[in-house]
Design a protein around this ligand. Structure first.
Ligand code: ADP
Ligand code: MG
Length: 142
């Protein structure tokens, strides 16, 4: 499905709709450039899961964990990942077996690894005006 957003709040609201529909073991693989709205959409997912702590980008930590929602949320940013072997070396594999929701920014860094978890792909594209985004979700969880 393709959804349209005209503000960060609207992107977050689509994320919230998504977060409410997710089941345990869900893996969300984002594509989209810097500033596309991946973290904004993730804030919405967190809200949809009932998480109230602030969601910040895990750029330096690579993964942030939030355990207070309906399901645990593991928010990854793989921008600094050099190769898929790093995932195993960092012990990241186990997050995918913890019955939570794994959300990955820059997921293309781990495309082969992620394939086994049948990820929901969320692609964010900038539209004509700076506030506009197209959000492609496949398969759509709701
Ligand atoms: P990413 O994680 O993809 O790098 P962020 O969510 O951190 O992106 O940032 C998105 C930036 O784009 C924010 O500065 C936000 O205010 C701006 N923005 C403008 N319009 C939108 C929109 N429709 N949806 C999401 N972000 C938007
Ligand atoms: Mg981000």
């Amino acid at each position: 499905m393709i959804y349209h957003s005209h503000s960060p709040e609207e992107t977050e609201a689509w994320g919230e709709t998504c977060g409410k529909a997710l089941e345990k073991g869900a893996v969300i693989a984002f594509s989209g450039d810097l500033g596309a709205g991946k973290t904004a959409f993730t804030r919405g997912i967190a809200r949809g899961l009932g998480i109230t702590s602030p969601i910040t980008s895990p750029t330096f930590t690579l993964v942030n964990e939030y355990e207070e929602g309906r399901l645990p949320l593991f928010h990854f940013d793989l921008y600094r990942l050099e190769g898929e072997d790093d995932l195993y070396e960092l012990g990241f594999e186990e997050y995918f077996y913890r019955d939570g929701v794994c959300v990955l920014e820059w997921s293309s860094r781990a495309e082969e690894f992620l394939a086994q978890f049948s990820p929901i792909t969320v692609t964010l594209r900038q539209g004509e005006d700076p506030q506009q985004r197209e959000i492609h979700i496949h398969p759509c969880p709701w």
